[in-house]
Structure formats: structure tokens, C-alpha cells
Design a protein around this ligand. Sequence first.
Ligand code: HEC
Ligand code: HEC
Length: 365
Amino acid sequence: MKYFAIIKKYLEFTLNSSIINMKKIIVSIIVISTVILFSAVNFDEKDTQVWNGESDLFEVLHAFGEPNPKHKNDFSSEQVRMGKEIVYEGRTKKTNGKLSKRVSKYYECTTCHNQVQEDPDLRFSNPDTRLSFVKKKGIPFLQGTTFKGIVNRESWYNDDYIRKYGEEAIGKAHNSLREAIQLCAIECSQGRPMKDWELDAVTAYYWSIDFKLQDLSLTESDYQKLNAFQKTGNNKEAITWLKSFYLQKSPAHFFDAPPSKWDGYKGFEGDINRGKDIYELSCLHCHQPDGVSHYVLENDILSFKDIKRTMFKNSHFSLYQIIPYGTYAIPGHRPYMPHYPLERMSKQQVEDLRSYIEYRTKNKI
Ligand code: HEC
Ligand code: HEC
């Protein structure tokens, strides 16, 4: 409005003066058009932003009216550093220069969770497409979901994690990222409860790997649509539309061993090449020498024979049981193997792995 006030004042001044000559009129036109032009540019900048690939997904949603989640806060880069070290190394150098106590004696968070995008299309949690994607990236194929974009999720420990373990065991972790971190530190990592400053640090680190718009694979016309939403003021629709590009949770459905281990999962033909990828990107990640497990597997015939030995037996260690059920931490021996929900390993992939193991017990490479 202040621009119109300037024009008004100027006109008043011009008209009030006794002589109106050509020169004055020309100057007036120039002044008025400059002011209008300037105000138009300025208004544009004030009212709308141009979002691009670098924009934080959450900032964009927030600009459309999405409320802050409980885990949103102003964190320092020092907190990000400490959180990252806790996740990668299990402990960190505190601000007083001292090393913190390890969260878990047995694992780092990276034993079970990737830190970068692991699904080619964020709208689907699909282990079949994930396998070739992680292989290309040179990252492992794991039971826990990636921390990339975890702050953009709206619930944690979903579906069968609640149904099988019960509301009580999952507790507040379903609706709180902070509680989910705590639950995993104690249960999945077989560690100690984390202190408040550690939970803050990990959350700070999580915000440093939140989704950017570029992670959603928006097209040029999607960006135009997004920027146009700001003009229409259709905020609710904008939020719903943006959220259709990624999952707001990691789905998790458990599965059972097949009724006959000999027959395996019916209807799936194993593929040895994919089986090799699963063996190397998943099993060896923990079972290679120096891995987190005492049960050492290598790329040799002895290892494959050992897996095959139990494969068809009614044993907790059969491939057909260890994948869907995992193992449990027993007192005196805390490291255990987390099971794979269907979204982390498909029945097709179990058959792929079986084929590869059978192949390797018979063939030297
Ligand atoms: C031994 C394996 C293992 C380790 C070590 C581990 N996690 Fe997990 N974590 C899991 C599994 C399995 C899940 C459930 C599946 C999933 O990610 O949704 C999970 C889930 C989570 C979730 C909820 C994810 C979601 O979207 O539902 C958070 C948060 C989490 N872990 C944080 C941590 C942190 C922080 C650490 C390190 C201190 C850690 N985890 C270490 C296996 C592990
Ligand atoms: C996140 C780490 C992790 C991954 C990935 C993993 N395991 Fe394990 N596994 C363990 C741990 C820990 C144990 C518990 C045994 C121990 O270390 O004492 C275990 C136990 C086992 C056992 C029982 C061994 C015994 O005799 O005690 C078998 C068999 C096994 N795993 C096979 C596999 C196969 C096959 C894969 C790939 C599909 C796999 N594991 C992937 C961590 C893992």
C-alpha cells in the first residue's frame, strides 16, 4: 500500500502547484510507472517463494500450513555431529571433550539401518526393486529401514510390529520418533536407554538427512504445479498432493515359514544371481569375519554347506525360519538376528537365496 501513498502524494504535489507543463507531466509518468513496476516486483517476492530441488520438503509443507511435528526443534551443527557419530560409531565426543558411553556393546545403528535413500521410488516399499537399487549404490540390504527421510515419516513401528508385539510393547514409539529411537536403542540394539541429549543429537542428525524436494523425483510440470498452489491458496490440496510422492511410514508385515521347507514358497522360481546379491549385501554384512555375529559366513563351500545343512530341518536356524522370525536375545548372549518383514525380504527373494545356496554347494566359482 505504501507505493500507492507515494503516488498519491506526488500527484497531489504536482496538481497543487500552479504551473502544469509538459515537462512535469512526462516526469510524473516516469515516476508513476517506475513505482508501479517496482512495487509489482516487490510484491511478487514477498508473497510467493520459488521452490526448487534444494528446498526442504518439510519447509514447503510447513509453508502450506503443515504443523510442526513433536520432533521438530532448532538444533545446532554440534548436535548434528554428535548424533551422526552415535549412529555410525555408537558413541560420540561430548561438548566437554569426553567420549560418551557406547549405546550398545554389540552394534552400531548402521549395522541394521542405511543412511541414504534405498527405494528407487519413495511411494513404494518394495524389497524386489530395492535390491538392485542398493546394489548400484554399494550399500547393504537390511532389516531396519533407512534413516533418510525418517523425520518426514508420521508413525514408526507400524502394522505387524503393533499387532504382534502389542500396543504396550510398542507403546509411545508408534507416534513418537523420539520414543522409537529409545525403543530401538534398548530392544533392537540390546543397549542402554539413551540420555536426553543423545536423543536430541540423533534427532538433530536425522533432520540433516530429511527429504529435499529433489528426492521426490518431481517433474518440471510438478514444480510448476507446486508453485501455482501458492497463488491459488489451496493449501490442503497442496499438502495432500505433495504427500502422494512418498510414504509417510515404513509398512511392515510379517510372514511365516512355508508349511513344507522342501517345497519352499510355492509359485516362486529362484534366481541365483539375485540370491548372490542377497547373500553378499545382506547376510555377509553381519556374518562376514569381523561382523557383528559369532556365526561367520564366507564366500566358500563350507559356509554354503552349513546353511544348507539346516535348511530343510525343523530348526530355528533354517533359512526358512531365521528370515521371517530372526533369533532372540538370550541372557548371557545378547546379539540376536532381527527378522525380515515382507517389505524387507520377499518370498521370491528367500527362494532366490535358497537357489544360490544350493547352487554354491554343488558348484565351485
Ligand atoms: C540389530 C539391528 C538394529 C540396530 C543395531 C538398530 N536398529 Fe533401529 N530398527 C531395527 C529394526 C529391525 C527396526 C524395525 C523396522 C523398521 O526400521 O521400521 C528398527 C526401527 C527403528 C526405528 C523406527 C523406524 C520406523 O520408521 O519405523 C528407529 C527410529 C530406529 N530403529 C532407531 C535406531 C537407532 C537410533 C539405532 C542406534 C542407536 C538403531 N535403531 C539400531 C533394527 C536395528
Ligand atoms: C543385522 C545383522 C544380521 C544380518 C543382516 C543377518 N544376520 Fe544372521 N545372525 C545375526 C546375529 C547377531 C545372529 C546371532 C548369532 C550370534 O552372533 O551369536 C545371527 C544368526 C544367524 C544364524 C544362526 C547361526 C547359529 O548357528 O547360531 C543363521 C543360520 C543366520 N544368522 C543366517 C543368516 C542369513 C542367511 C542371513 C541373510 C539372509 C543373515 N543371517 C543376515 C545377524 C545378522
